[in-house]
Design a protein around this ligand. Structure first.
Ligand SMILES: Nc1ncnc2c1ncn2[C@@H]1O[C@H](COP(=O)(O)OP(=O)(O)OP(=O)(O)O)[C@@H](O)[C@H]1O
Ligand SMILES: NC(=O)c1ccc[n+]([C@@H]2O[C@H](COP(=O)(O)O)[C@@H](O)[C@H]2O)c1
Ligand SMILES: [Zn+2]
Length: 269
């Protein structure tokens, strides 16, 4: 798979908590991209959203990052990155993509530098064309409900959506209740960049939702086999999901709505 384009998959979301389905998204996306014959997925990154996002029931990023780390202990290619959660405030997804893209370029360049410094370490018989490394691409990974939020008024800036689909690309996994292909047809912008949007159909439907996991936990019901045992133990140990935690940010607007909605915030741009 040497001449294929290396791809890093980035999933942005609450991960409150990380579920088995969040991890399946990466596996499904990787299989799909490999099947195109054009890509080689080299890394998966889970980026839990900043506490200032303002979503109801969003527990502290410290816990969400810790739970994601535990959940991903069994993966040899997906990792959690706390950068987004450690910023002063909520960050637009396109800026998170820019950050991770720049990071990947930095890693790429330092690897190239090492390769050029130690040319003798190249495997014997490797042709000169094989020695030219291909720049990695970074693609946003999401579920179909996430794609659907692009049309929520004031939630996303048009130019951000354009940059995501034009410059980076999107891998979208099916989810009951959302029809991503119809939604793409309804949008001129998404239709224009359709070649950069990969729709993945999950045939083994799995409707785990983090909200339902939290509800079950609050009621004292079992969530075993829906989220990893290590995450269940962490939640129990820190008593994370309670009726009180579910009331966090209740009635609040999401931060992107506050920033982009002129009727909520007349001074915003
Ligand atoms: N069952 C699922 N099928 C497909 N995509 C999913 C599924 N669960 C989560 N995702 C995707 O994972 C990403 C992160 O989602 P998120 O953290 O909001 O989880 P969630 O289960 O949707 O939680 P919540 O119920 O709190 O919204 C999003 O892109 C979302 O679309
Ligand atoms: N304008 C934007 O960049 C924008 C708007 C809404 C949500 N988001 C992101 O999408 C993700 C949505 O997560 P949830 O599905 O858990 O609400 C979060 O990572 C959030 O930061 C980005
Ligand atoms: Zn969600």
């Amino acid at each position: 798979m040497k001449s294929r384009i290396p791809v890093i998959l980035l999933a942005c979301g609450s991960f409150n908590p990380t579920t088995n389905m969040h991890m399946r998204l990466f596996e499904l996306a990787r299989d799909h991209l490999h099947q195109t014959g054009r890509y080689r997925v080299i890394e998966g990154i889970m980026s839990p959203v900043n506490d200032n996002y303002g979503k109801k029931g969003l527990v502290s990023a410290r816990h969400r990052v810790a739970m994601a780390k535990l959940a991903l202990e069994t993966s040899d290619w997906i990792r959690v990155d706390p950068w987004e959660s450690e910023q002063e405030t909520w960050t637009e997804t396109v800026k998170v993509l820019r950050h991770h893209y720049n990071e990947s370029l930095r890693v790429f360049q330092s690897k190239e530098f090492m390769r050029n410094k130690h040319p003798t370490e190249r495997s014997t018989g490797e042709s000169l064309s094989c020695q030219q490394s291909v720049l990695p691409e970074l693609k946003l990974l999401c579920g179909a409900d996430f794609l659907q939020t692009f049309k929520t008024p004031n939630l996303w800036k048009e130019e951000d959506i354009k940059e995501i689909v034009e410059k980076f690309g999107l891998v979208c996994i099916s989810r009951a209740g959302s029809d991503p292909s119809q939604y793409i047809q309804e949008s001129d912008l998404l239709t224009k960049f359709q070649h950069n949007i990969f729709l993945v159909k999950e045939w083994i439907q799995n409707e785990i939702s983090a909200t339902q996991i939290r509800s079950a936990l609050c009621r004292g019901q079992s969530v075993k086999y829906l989220i990893p045992d290590s995450v269940i133990a962490y939640i129990a140990h820190h008593n994370i999901y309670t009726e009180e935690s579910e009331r966090k940010n209740e009635g609040d607007f999401l931060q992107p709505l506050k920033l982009h909605n002129t009727t909520i915030n007349p001074l915003s741009d």
